[in-house]
Design a protein around this ligand. Structure first.
Ligand SMILES: C[S@@+](CC[C@H](N)C(=O)[O-])C[C@H]1O[C@@H](n2cnc3c(N)ncnc32)[C@H](O)[C@@H]1O
Length: 352
């Protein structure tokens, strides 16, 4: 069965290239990159692909073992998906969650209306014929998985076609760096008109994905801090911020007693004591950010981190492989992905 990777429209080629670099074996070459925000790995990725826990930064979501599905009407969608879920999960005792979403349809519509109808019809069908299975459906927390939880994803690629993927715990763990607990892997970027810039949405999203927020009293080093929206977010949370930049931050932040501003080179700065958070949004070559990350994580100089890796062109994408090596060898629990709030960049986040 194919494996389907979802990305934001326009990022298919970058994702396909990353899959070629990342997935082992010939399967990686048989990619079907479509201009609608998805890449289908057509042949079975070799068994060791998932075993190696691939990190695919340009994928917002993965659908392991995605079974193609065609259904002419909403009720046929509900019947087809109900049958598949029942066959796989009815005898189990584990919880499961349901994501129904779409990649843009050929007519340009988002498919949001139809996915809601499919979801509602499926839940109604389960209530009718599989009440016990429905009772095990987890409709609560988004960010953390329950023990043993399975993920059922229904992807509509057109009103009448799509894929159904059921990832039980083992598969979910194998794809842990790609499989998001958020629907389609997307998080609506946060809005705060008082922040100095929209960049703050990146930090808020990284916190959500990490399942850990900056806490009151925590110490943060914010490298490449100006004009200060990451510092603003950390200060809002009650943290103590050391902000490093060549330019000052917005006036109100500069006068905040919990902020220390140092006009110095962010790559030279390394405090004598470890801090709670390393924040970095420096505009710099990916290699330099990778070295910076290696030093901070290698010396366990932060308990958590959120670091942006920026690309000048697509040639820089492959530099992500070195970042992946640093993260894998770090001993931190981590994620690396292009956030919903990211533009031409990706974000590494993690905690000890
Ligand atoms: C994208 S902006 C940071 C935005 C910030 N996170 C915010 O939310 O407002 C990047 C910053 O990195 C700073 N920068 C780039 N290279 C630097 C270096 N070597 N040392 C210190 N700051 C640097 C730039 O001056 C710029 O202000």
């Amino acid at each position: 069965m194919p494996t389907v990777f979802i990305c934001e429209a326009g990022w298919e080629a970058a994702l396909a290239d990353e899959l070629r670099r990342t997935l082992p074996g010939p399967s990686a070459c048989e990619l079907d990159a479509l201009p609608e925000g998805r890449v289908v790995v057509k042949s079975e990725p070799r068994a060791d692909a998932a075993a190696s826990a691939p990190i695919v930064a340009f994928a917002s979501q993965v659908l392991p073992d995605a079974e193609p599905c065609a259904a002419a009407s909403i009720s046929q969608w509900a019947d087809a998906v109900c049958e598949r879920i029942s066959a796989r999960l009815d005898q189990a005792s584990t919880p499961w969650r349901l994501h129904v979403f779409a990649t843009p349809f050929a007519d340009g519509s988002t498919g949001a209306g139809r996915t809601k109808l499919v979801r509602d019809a499926l839940v109604a069908k389960l209530r009718e014929v599989r009440r016990r299975l429905l009772r095990r459906m987890n409709e609560a927390a988004e960010d953390a998985w329950l023990p043993g939880e399975a993920l059922v994803q229904v992807l509509l690629t057109s009103p009448t076609e799509g894929f159904v993927s059921i990832a039980e715990e083992e598969s979910r763990r194998a794809w842990r760096y790609c499989l998001s607990p958020f629907v389609g892997g997307m998080i609506e970027p946060a809005v705060d008109k008082l922040a100095p810039s929209r960049a703050f949405a990146k930090l808020v999203e990284a916190e959500l994905r990490l399942g850990r927020k900056i806490q009151p009293g925590e110490t943060c080093v914010d490298l490449g801090s100006a004009p200060g929206s990451w510092a603003y977010t950390a200060l809002e949370r009650g943290a103590l911020v050391t902000a490093i930049d060549r330019s000052p931050l917005r006036d109100d932040l500069m006068s905040n007693p919990r902020l220390t501003f140092l006009k110095t080179d962010a790559f030279e700065y390394f405090p004598s004591e470890p801090v709670d958070w390393l924040l970095s949004d420096i505009i710099a070559f990916p290699d330099r950010i990778c070295e910076l990350l290696a030093r901070w994580l290698g010396e366990r100089h932060c308990r958590a981190f959120c670091v942006t890796v920026k690309f000048r062109g697509r040639d820089d994408d492959a530099k992500l492989e070195s970042v992946k090596d640093v993260l894998r060898g770090s001993g931190y629990r981590f994620g690396l992905r292009r956030l919903t709030a990211n533009k031409n960049e990706a974000c590494a986040y993690g905690e000890l």
